[in-house]
Design a protein around this ligand. Structure first.
Ligand code: NDP
Length: 397
């Protein structure tokens, strides 16, 4: 019986994880569930899964949850804030931590799981992008296991040979082909980007996801973050990671070997597949996902990404090639810009403008500690918000 903590249980990945786990009550036990502000949703999940701990983002939300659980589930201890998240990520009785908080907010709890030597199922790509080599060092030093949940990285992991950590060339691999659906605006002329609404940006053609990653998919920043993630997870450089637009999202990514063989992982676009894979690895369990019907799919298309209409991908390639805080700055600016767009404060094409402006305004630094990373993250958010404020005041005139 494996004890599991789900960080971000009320989100899209959290809900899918509970769905897979609920099929195997004899194999997995929910130890802790966490949310930020969705008290009602976490309360209902607690009723069903009866965790030992529940964590809310702040004290007020935690008090509200505790008041509802007190009589019904006196055995569930309610905690709050980052310290609560870090605690449930590192508990002795926990074997597996699903890191599914959105954004850099998930960094410290994911790091706590790494320091606790857990099996980390990493959905929260921003944590890895921001902490980079520092995160990977903590994983190695503490004997933690990092299994990717992003469908693309999970696919690459499945296609890689044993010992890939040594590097691609040493493992007989020539390059990684990272597929991308291209998002909802793949062929929309750039002139029409300014009229895109948040709801249109969140309506992904193939996947149902949280709102932040949906917007990232629409700007292709998601693919950019994934290029950086691939470099870190598979010990390679951005030149060896090719982005391939594949609108059907059936091939989740590919690995090309030195002899010319290309291995791919295919499946329906359902996050329960990578979640089940990483939960049970190296065994296989049923995920609940529908089976792939190639006759229904009928054809698979591929094209090159358009970096002019989707400059976020170019910014990420640039950040991936630098050994400094460019990725921290880019990620922070993106999170602030996406939040402003979802709030109807700025336009869709303003998102890359905010990121470019922030990258141009700040000089990236070399950092070696998480504390320095967090300082840089805050500095970038302040700069990005300055740019957003100016944009908003221009729109008001
Ligand atoms: P959602 O927005 O659906 O869920 C986010 C979760 O994180 C919620 O439980 C939310 O709580 C919690 N949360 C948000 N902010 C904070 C915070 N400041 N502190 C603590 N908890 C917080 O996101 P997704 O599930 O879509 O994505 C989660 C991560 O997985 C992202 O990094 C994303 O890029 C990645 N991912 C997602 C995929 C998908 O299919 N959805 C695919 C591949 C990767 P509350 O509900 O209370 O707000």
């Amino acid at each position: 019986m494996k004890g599991v903590t789900i960080l971000g249980a009320t989100g899209s990945i959290g809900i899918n994880t509970l769905d897979v786990m609920s099929r195997y009550p004899d194999r997995y036990r929910v130890v802790a569930l966490t949310a930020n502000s969705e008290v009602e949703r976490l309360y209902r999940q607690c009723q069903t899964f009866r965790p030992r701990y529940a964590v809310m983002g702040n004290e007020l939300a935690a008090e509200q949850l505790a008041a509802r659980l007190r009589k019904e589930l006196p055995g569930t201890e309610v905690l709050s804030g980052v310290s609560g998240l870090e605690r449930v990520a590192a508990l002795e009785e926990v074997d597996i931590v699903m890191a599914a908080i959105v954004g850099a907010a998930g960094l410290l709890p994911a790091l706590a799981a790494a320091r606790g030597g857990k099996r980390i199922l990493l959905a929260n790509k921003e944590a890895l992008v921001v902490a980079g080599a520092i995160f990977m060092d903590e994983v190695r030093r503490n004997g933690a296991q990092l299994l990717p949940i992003d469908s693309e990285h999970n696919a690459i992991f499945q296609c890689m040979p044993d010992g890939f950590e040594r590097g691609l060339a040493q493992s007989g691999v020539r390059r990684i082909m990272l597929t991308s659906s291209g998002g909802p605006f793949l062929h929309l002329p750039a002139a029409e980007f300014a009229s895109i609404t948040p709801d249109q940006a969140c309506a992904h053609p193939n996947w149902t996801m949280g709102r932040k990653i949906s917007v990232d998919s629409a700007t292709m920043m998601n693919k950019g973050l994934e290029v950086i993630e691939a470099c870190l997870l598979f010990n390679t450089t951005p030149g060896d990671v090719q982005v391939v637009i594949h609108p059907q999202s059936v091939i989740h990514s590919m690995v090309e070997y030195l002899d010319g063989s290309v291995l791919a992982q295919l499946g329906t676009p359902d996050m329960r597949i990578p979640i089940a894979h990483a939960l049970a690895w190296p065994e296989r369990i049923e995920s609940g996902a529908g089976r792939l019907d190639l006759f229904e799919v009928a054809r698979l298309d591929f094209e090159a990404p358009d970096l002019e209409r989707f400059p976020c991908l170019a910014y990420a390639y640039e950040a991936a090639s630098r050994n400094d805080t460019s990725a921290v700055i880019m990620n922070a600016a993106n999170e602030e810009a996406v939040a402003a767009f979802l709030d109807n404060g700025i336009l869709f094409p303003d998102i890359p403008r905010v990121i470019r402006g922030t990258l141009d305004e700040l000089s990236p630094r070399r950092v070696t500690t998480i504390e320095e990373v967090l300082v840089e993250d805050r500095r970038a958010r302040a700069a990005a918000n300055g740019i957003i404020k100016e944009m908003k005041s221009d729109y008001c005139q």
